[in-house]
Ligand binder design. Structure first.
Ligand SMILES: NC(=O)c1ccc[n+]([C@@H]2O[C@H](COP(=O)([O-])OP(=O)(O)OC[C@H]3O[C@@H](n4cnc5c(N)ncnc54)[C@H](OP(=O)(O)O)[C@@H]3O)[C@@H](O)[C@H]2O)c1
Length: 295
């Protein structure tokens, strides 16, 4: 099989797309970001990343962006305001991506999924994630799929509101929190390994912490400027009767907080390298360096 040199990334500007793009570029791959808003993308992506305008709603733009690429990496999401009958990037968007990737002769597709895809939840969002896995597996394109635990970025970018760390509900089980940069290096390694074609990797960080423990350690490490504020999940669920976003947040938190996560990443660590970033190291990292090109 031809070695992978050129990688297109869809979702490059997202919370978890950015660290992967940085790691792929640092590992020496030629990275092309397929984005809706090139100006925004150029402000946040490393300067050596090629930026091409494309939208997953538009197969022609995807075909154009994927021409000549060896592989494509997907970091898509269902946004909190979406409803079941809407266009979803991981549903109709994924169909468009797979059609364009086949037309363009892309040799590998890599997809960021989630550990909670295998719960018995009937929530339509988790159903989209399950169906996305099937779509990719029957696409005829060699795939690599990642099932990550919680990302440390979530604490920083989704739970911090002003000076408060908003905690919804309480975790029943610990999670193996992982930093996006550690994950990005594992993704880069997977693209360099021909044997990673057809593989599914569990992605977990170095230690198991409940949501509360992770939040407390993050707040402590950032110097105590943040205050943790707890909101019971039933209250968010009640708010969800009036707001799609609150309903989404309540349901995703419920799925994550109840997920009985056990350690399953030893094979991943052996093949793709072990993550080392602790919550403290993540909280104290030089985020200006990590996001050097952000305006
Ligand atoms: N948070 C966690 O701890 C965690 C754990 C496990 C798995 N995950 C999974 O990780 C995935 C990625 O999450 P995230 O938080 O990084 O998502 P995100 O920040 O919402 O990023 C989504 C990306 O998709 C792009 N996009 C949206 N619509 C598009 C379109 N029509 N055409 C082209 N690009 C489009 C966005 O571009 P714009 O910049 O133009 O909006 C953005 O770059 C999700 O599936 C999530 O379930 C998260």
């Amino acid at each position: 099989m031809k070695p992978i040199r050129k990688i297109a990334v869809i979702g490059a500007t997202g919370m978890l797309g950015l660290p992967v793009v940085r790691a792929l570029a640092e590992a020496g791959f030629e990275v092309t970001a397929l984005v809706r808003n090139p100006d925004k993308a150029r402000r946040v992506l490393p300067s050596k990343v090629v930026v091409v305008e494309a939208d997953v709603r538009d197969v022609a733009s995807l075909r154009c962006g994927l021409a000549g690429q060896d592989a494509v990496y997907l970091s898509l999401s269902v946004a909190p305001g979406e409803a079941p009958g809407d266009f979803h990037t991981e549903e109709q968007g994924l169909e468009n991506i797979l059609a364009a990737a086949r037309d363009a002769g892309v040799g590998r597709i890599a997809y960021l999924s989630a550990l909670v895809h295998d719960t018995d939840s009937r929530w339509w969002v988790i159903d989209i994630w399950r169906k996305a896995l099937v779509r990719i597996k029957v696409s005829g394109i060699a795939y690599t799929i990642f099932y990550p635990s919680n990302f440390m970025e979530t604490l920083e970018q989704r739970h911090v509101v002003g000076k408060r760390m908003m905690m919804l509900g309480r975790a029943e089980h610990p999670n193996y929190w992982i930093a996006g940069d550690d994950y990005g290096r594992q993704v880069a390694k997977a693209f360099a390994l021909p044997a990673a074609a057809g593989r599914e990797y569990v992605i977990q960080g170095p230690e198991a912490l409940t949501y509360d423990e992770a939040a407390e350690r993050y707040v402590e490490a950032t110097g105590g400027g943040l205050k943790i504020m707890r909101v019971p999940l039933w209250l968010v669920r009640l708010g969800g009767l009036f707001s799609r976003e609150l309903d989404f947040n309540a349901r995703i938190m419920q799925a994550v907080l109840n997920y009985p996560e056990t350690f399953k990443a030893q094979d991943t660590w052996d093949e793709l390298g072990a993550p080392a970033t602790t919550i403290e190291a993540f909280a104290r990292r030089d985020s200006k360096a990590a996001y050097a090109t952000c305006s």
